[in-house]
Design a protein. Sequence first.
Length: 278
Amino acid sequence: MKTNLRILSLGAGVQSSTLALMIEKGEVPMVDAAIFADTKGEPKVVYDWLNWLEKKLSYPVYRVTWRDLKQDILDAAEGKYKAFTAPFFTKNIETGKKGMLRRQCTADYKIKPVVQKVRELLGLAKGEKRRKGTNVEMLMGISIDEVGRMKTNRVKYIHNQYPLIDKKISRSDCKKWMTTQGYPTPPRSACTFCPFHNNQEWLLVKKNKAEWEEVIALDKAIRSQERFKVKNASSATVVDELYLHRDCLPIDQVNFEKDKNKEQLDLFNNECEGMCGI
């Protein structure tokens, strides 16, 4: 049974891909493995990139999945589950007031399967307690311009490390490094239906017809049944509807050319606990 591990949390975006290749080239100390948490909702371009990246790395890359997030959302629309885990936008149909649901998808679909894989690599059976002195270094692909996303890991024996921040490397520096090394620029990693997309990112999703049609169908599904609408705490009346986009319009009716570089939210401080999009 192992008591020490050094793991790269691989999001397959710009920063973590750069970090993965820096590790391979010896610019950052070697890891035992990389772990990619797959929600099954990434665009094809990300999976294609990950396939390419794996071939460049000498250390193992584990793809882990808790559940299929998109399918779980669709199943919930059919009444199989009671609640959402994704942070969809809400609009009060009486007052027009907008809000957002609590985000649980990162904890369930990103963090949970990574921790489960770490436990497996440590040789721990389900429910088995870790040995005293167990230490796991978790390397996170967060850059110096995203310092607000630095967080302490909720698992006591897992300690997040930030090599890019230690090296004072920004996201743009990562792109420059990739170019200098002769590598292509990685795509941004995020679910096709992620409410954190800005309009420019929605336009990129829209370029893939099949993925865009799936996004439209999912956006409709979250408003398809009465039970899937949100009730105010003080009222028994269904008053809120759910949307993928901050404009609280059906996704195929949104004008993405407007403010297309404006973030939906402050992503640096709010985006998926530093697990998505990196």
